[in-house]
Write a protein of this length. Structure first.
Lengths: 141, 399
């Protein structure tokens, strides 16, 4: 029995309109991603409480690259032989730049700094529990 | 900052173990570098009253380093000991520790050592599942290697400033030429632009030859008070004017290795980026400006990063570094030579030793002893580097 589950728990939602899950400081409203707990990292804030907040699903490319060689462990390749993938750093309206792989089927040739990207959830690798998913950035056409 | 009139410390001696892939224990490299620095200073190990070791915390192979490791290898002499970890800035932080004790009058003459033995290939985290470690998560979730971060910065230069892969290749060509006569450099071979452009793409737009290797190596610096230097006739007049080890200011809005995100800029951003603030703090401490600098040793983890550093150190305006390069300004003989040692392009990176190696090179440059790569008449030099986890450094030396 296998199932499709996120490769990491609690970092993003799945479904029709998936989104990254950040933390909003209930004292100063600063938003953090990945989720945080404990102490607010705004040096002017003493907040210790956070509420989950879904980040914007669209943002603009800050920069991008790809991985022409298979990254070392703990990276788990999706298949054999290795297929290079693109990576993008996307700036969200919240003022946070979030790295992600670029969606299957797109390469660095499909992206420019400033382009609009949308968050999608795709399979990162398959293990004994089934497909493990991750957030990715897909160019908006 | 303080009421002290003069916060200079003297560089009494410098020494290195050549960079390479020697496969030996890091301690043996450190001892070679330490003995070279002691010989350069003309000081006996038994006269050293403080030893500071640069540490690396990469796990799983011979990289654990502490000051006492070197003290034991050199033979216990009763010196005080300290150990620093600041990723790529480790050496500078170790130097700063030695400087602080000397300026406080608590030590007279200090030996600072950094040494490393590195693994082959991409630097990767230790085995085992560590779901709370960003350095582990970036590999597991994204396959994000160190060169991929360098590539993000490089691509931005291309899309924002019109930099080309040929520009990046030219940085390698220049640094390869600079390092030809450097006896401590690992790679001493001319490289043509076509060699760079024909090498495999690792992380677009960077080719294999744009990215520095990881190396074994060691560097050591002996610091003392100016009074001690004068009394014993040491060091050729080179002084440390500043050591900047500033941390970032919130929010840090430039994506930093090994993180997967930045802090939010929504509440406003600092006047300077982290890398800009590293150099600015050094200039402020030294009481000089970028226009006073004759030579720079900057952290060319990738060719494109050298161009970033030139701007971060305010040696030119943002977006102008390619023009400096194309003009030959950053070549030895030009207006502001950058990486006369050959830089990481010729050395590869030996993390806890590298910031000290930069100081060694500038010391030789300011003394006029950089044979085959001398920047004529150099009086003021600056270093810069950045490491993981909010570490960075800039050291200013002058004579």
């Amino acid at each position: 029995m296998t199932a499709t589950t996120p490769a990491i728990e609690g970092w993003f939602t799945t479904g029709e309109a998936p989104a990254l899950i950040g933390s909003r400081c209930t004292t100063c409203s600063t938003v953090f991603f990945p989720r945080t707990e404990g102490f607010c990292r705004n040096p002017a804030c003493h907040g210790e409480e956070f509420s989950d907040t879904e980040l914007s699903r669209r943002g603009r490319v800050w920069s991008y690259t790809d991985a022409q060689y298979q990254p070392p462990a703990p990276y788990i390749p999706a298949g054999d032989p290795y297929v290079p993938f693109a990576l993008a750093a996307v700036e969200l309206p919240e003022g946070i730049v979030v790295l992600g792989q670029v969606a299957d089927g797109f390469t660095v040739n499909d992206i420019k700094v400033g382009d609009e990207m949308e968050l999608v959830v795709e399979t990162l690798f398959v293990d004994e529990t089934g497909e493990r998913t991750i957030w990715r950035w897909r160019p908006v056409r | 900052m303080s009421g002290l009139q003069n916060r200079d410390v003297a560089v009494a001696g410098v020494g290195m173990h050549p960079w390479g892939k020697w496969g030996k224990n890091f301690v043996s490299y450190g001892v070679v570098a330490a003995r070279a620095a002691l010989a350069d200073a003309g000081i006996a190990w038994t006269d050293i009253d403080l030893i500071v070791g640069g540490e690396t915390v990469r796990n799983g192979y011979g990289g654990y380093v502490a000051g006492a490791t070197f003290a034991q290898a050199l033979g216990w002499n009763g010196a005080r000991v300290a150990t620093s970890y600041a990723a790529c800035a480790t050496g500078a932080q170790a130097l700063d520790t030695a400087r602080a004790r000397i300026l406080a009058g608590m030590s007279e003459v200090a030996l600072v050592v950094g040494a490393d033995t590195t693994p082959k290939g991409f630097l990767a985290p230790n085995a085992g599942e560590r779901w709370d470690d960003p350095d582990w998560l970036r590999f597991r979730l994204l396959g994000m290697t160190n060169p991929a971060y360098f590539a993000l910065y490089a691509r931005r230069r291309m899309d924002l400033y019109g930099a080309t892969q040929a520009d990046f290749a030219q940085v390698k060509v220049k640094n390869a030429k600079h390092g030809l006569a450097n006896p401590n450099a690992r790679y001493r071979k001319e490289v043509a632009a076509e060699d760079v452009l024909n090498s495999a793409i690792v992380a677009d737009p960077l080719h294999l030859f744009d990215i520095c290797a990881t190396s074994d190596g060691a560097a050591a610096v002996i610091l003392c008070s100016p009074a001690y230097a004068e009394k014993h006739g040491l060091g050729g007049g080179v002084r440390i004017k500043a050591i900047s080890t500033v941390t970032p200011t919130f929010p840090n809005t430039v994506i930093d290795m090994p993180l997967m995100s930045t802090e939010s800029s929504a509440g406003g951003v600092p006047e300077q980026t982290f890398k800009e603030s590293i150099g600015a703090a050094a200039y402020e401490e030294a009481g000089i400006g970028p226009e006073d600098v004759d030579v720079a040793e900057v952290y060319d983890l990738s060719t494109a990063l050298e161009l970033d550093w030139i701007e971060d150190l305010a040696l030119c305006k943002p977006g102008e570094a390619e023009q400096l390069l194309r003009n030959g300004d950053t070549t030895i003989g030009g207006r502001i030579p950058v990486n006369p040692s050959g830089g990481l392009a010729c050395f590869g990176e030996a993390v806890p030793a590298q910031a000290l190696a930069q100081v060694c090179e500038l010391t030789w440059q300011l003394r006029g002893q950089a044979e085959g790569r001398q920047v004529d008449g150099a009086r003021v030099g600056i270093t810069a580097n950045q490491g993981l986890f909010g570490h960075g450094s800039s050291v200013i030396l002058a004579r």
